[in-house]
Write a protein that binds this ligand. Structure first.
Ligand code: ADP
Ligand code: MG
Length: 382
């Protein structure tokens, strides 16, 4: 993205440049809607935006990714299917207006992202947080990073109608370089954990498989967990499934007397336990234990929670031939996996996974080396 692209799109010069990263969740999958702890970090793939102030009330949005432009009046924003992707950024203006924030003039915003869209790296939270951050800076709203996450979450839920947890919006808004965020998804408490991986790295591996089943299966799992929670609340004083402990599992099994529901609960309870063990292993720089926990998490998501699918299973199995651990990240079925691998072995990992994935499923995978980075940033153009 260059300044001349903005000028070509809007016929004027931009005043600012901003960016927000993508994210991966290291561990704690499918428990952000079960009151669990998650451990995401921001990665060095970005949504960038060039922004110019306008003299009228119009919001003019252009995406280099989709090559489409949408215009709306800042005081008359509504969700419209034909606005497509632009419903994400427009939702931020809508939510801010509905909370009574003063947005006295319009903006031209030119977005460009090198995050693979709809691949489980949260391009949606990236563009939402970025837009909220832009508004905060340009309209001097005095929101802190947590407020930005909350505005973005409200926007994705209320305006875009997706019943998502708080993880994605929180990590992208609050990220700090070389740390992951230990986030209590029920209380929205947080702590930064340094990510000291010695001579190891986290890599992202793309399945390059268009999304299959994700939304419907996601909602199905949410409902199954709600059903199990309702039943178990008769016997335990709990707010969420993740309040239960591994030692409770034998009794839970007999109380539920339903293999499917039991396996869903077992995943939540053991995954919460793994997140806490992962934090301890990070503090001890215990790479072997980190790898073991990543593998165990994937197995639990495969056998008990049943959200991995053959694409992610094949990638993770192949990756483990070189990496100390690998697991799916995000909602599952397709999207991306992560692996913990010796930094100098990344090219070997990439080769082994690409070969095996192609042979077994006929698709090309892609291994992306990433850094762990800060949240949104911006500067005035000189
Ligand atoms: P994910 O968040 O995992 O990438 P989602 O389906 O939640 O997947 O969000 C992807 C959607 O977000 C895209 O289909 C598009 O509507 C929107 N989006 C995100 N970033 C951009 C961008 N730079 N340009 C246009 N649309 C974007
Ligand atoms: Mg998303």
């Amino acid at each position: 993205m260059e300044i001349k692209d903005f000028i070509n799109a809007f016929g004027v010069e931009p005043n600012y440049i901003f960016s927000a990263p993508a994210r991966v969740n290291l561990i704690g999958e499918h428990i952000d809607y079960n009151g669990g702890h998650v451990l995401p970090c921001a990665i060095s793939l970005y949504t960038e935006a060039l922004v110019g102030k306008r003299n009228d009330e119009n919001i003019r949005l252009y995406s280099e990714n989709t090559k489409t432009e949408v215009i709306a009046n800042i005081n008359e924003i509504e969700y419209k299917p034909e606005q497509g992707w632009a419903n994400y950024p427009l939702g931020i203006f809508y939510i801010l207006r509905s909370k009574g924030y003063h947005l006295p003039f319009g903006l031209d915003i030119y977005y460009s992202s090198n995050i693979p869209l709809a691949s489980g790296l949260s391009s949606s939270a990236s563009i939402l947080d970025l837009t909220a951050y832009i508004c905060n800076e340009i309209y001097t709203l005095e929101l802190d990073r947590k407020d930005i996450a909350k505005i973005a979450l409200e926007s994705e839920r209320k305006f875009n109608g997706l019943n998502c947890g708080v993880m994605d919006q929180a990590i992208i808004a609050m990220a700090k370089k070389n740390t992951c965020l230990y986030l209590d998804t029920f209380r929205f408490h947080h702590r930064y954990i340094p990510l000291n991986l010695l001579d190891y790295s986290i890599v992202v591996i793309k399945t390059n498989k268009p999304r299959v089943l994700t939304e419907s299966k996601y909602n199905e799992r949410v409902e199954e967990c709600q059903k199990a929670l309702k039943l178990l609340k008769k016997y335990y004083i709990i707010n969420n499934l993740c309040d239960l402990k591994p030692k409770d599992l034998p009794r839970i099994k007999s109380l539920l007397n339903d293999d499917l529901l039991y396996r869903r609960v077992k995943h939540c309870v053991t995954e919460e336990d793994r997140v806490n063990k992962f934090v301890l292993a990070l503090e001890d720089n215990d790479i072997t234990e980190l790898g073991r926990l990543l593998n165990e998490s994937h197995e639990s998501l495969k056998k008990d929670y049943e959200v991995t699918g053959e694409y992610l299973d094949t990638i993770c199995e192949a990756a483990r031939k070189v990496a100390v651990g690998a697991r799916m990240t995000g909602a599952g079925f397709s999207g991306c996996a992560i692996a913990l691998v010796k930094t100098k072995k990344i090219p070997e990992l990439s080769r082994v996974v690409a070969k095996e994935y192609k042979e077994k499923l006929g698709l090309d995978s892609e291994t992306i080396a990433i850094n762990i980075v800060d949240g949104p940033k911006g500067e005035i153009l000189g």
